[in-house]
Write a protein that binds this ligand. Structure first.
Ligand SMILES: [Zn+2]
Length: 275
């Protein structure tokens, strides 16, 4: 009996110290976050950000939050270069566009994401396609990919998109998929406020169906030609592509697809239509 009692006391003590350890670790993490929040961005980071049209449109509060988020993202995520050296410019650019859609969720930092793989050029996947019993070899060109704990980004594509802003942005695209995946399934519905859910899904999915129909009939028709037809692939791609335009070509999106703009604004909250 005594032995049993001693074992019980030992287990309780172990449990107690484990809880204390978790509390101390959490306290130290919060202290680290607070310190990070009050540390200004390096001049080299600000130089990179000043080149971005969308950064210069942010208000003072948004700039303050994004600075904190960029520092945290760069410290918490592991950047892995595949045949490319990871520079500060690469890290800051990816951190900026990844965190931009989450500004109004100040302490969120893609918790399940661990690795960012950066490739210099478009990745070519050789893929065997079997349809109607006939096997064909296909080449898939990939400029980005999001798979839960890792995101793949092609740096050459990022540079092109920043230099010639046509509305597309592979970083925003892949991180929109990461946000979409937050509720466990990539279905074009990110974790939107419950109060907006019904209207949000109704409008976004109606717009998706219209877009898909127009793309099948004539993808170069009127206002539909302004948006990359990749948005017609499925609901998840529609959400990711429209998110790109929300940040990169907000005035175009607001003018031609006001309902989509309005719904995305409910989710992202960042005032992008400073035209
Ligand atoms: Zn996609």
């Amino acid at each position: 009996m005594d032995k049993f009692k001693t074992l019980l006391i030992f287990l309780w003590a172990l449990f107690f110290f484990f809880i204390i350890f978790l509390l101390i670790r959490h306290f130290l993490y919060l202290r680290w976050l607070k310190k990070l929040q009050s540390t200004p961005l390096d001049k080299t980071d600000i130089d990179v950000l000043n080149k971005m049209e969308v950064y210069n449109k942010l208000n003072e509060y948004e700039k303050k939050v994004i600075a904190f988020k960029i520092k945290r993202f760069k410290k918490e995520k592991e950047f892995i270069g595949i045949k490319i050296n990871i520079t500060n410019e690469i890290k800051t650019t990816i951190a900026f566009f990844a965190c931009l859609p989450t500004i109004y969720n100040k302490y969120y930092c893609y918790d399940s994401l661990k690795y960012i793989y950066v490739y210099p050029y478009t990745i070519i996947y050789n893929h065997n396609n079997t349809a109607n019993g006939i096997m064909t070899k296909e080449e898939l060109l990939i400029s980005g990919e999001a798979v839960g704990e890792s995101v793949v980004i092609v740096w050459d594509e990022v540079k092109k998109e920043i230099h010639h802003n046509l509305g597309r942005n592979v970083i925003i695209h892949e991180f929109a998929h990461e946000l979409d995946f937050e509720n466990g399934i990539v279905d074009g519905i990110p974790p939107i406020n419950k109060a907006f859910y019904k209207e949000w899904t109704k409008i976004m999915f109606n717009e998706y169906e219209k877009f898909k129909q127009k793309s099948i009939l004539n993808r170069f028709l009127g206002k539909y030609s302004l948006i990359d037809s990749y948005a017609a692939t499925n609901k998840a791609e529609f959400f990711a592509v429209m998110s790109e335009y929300y940040f990169m070509k907000p005035c175009l999106l607001k003018k031609h697809f006001p309902d989509i703009y309005k719904e995305l604004k409910k989710f992202y909250k960042v005032q992008t239509d400073v035209c």
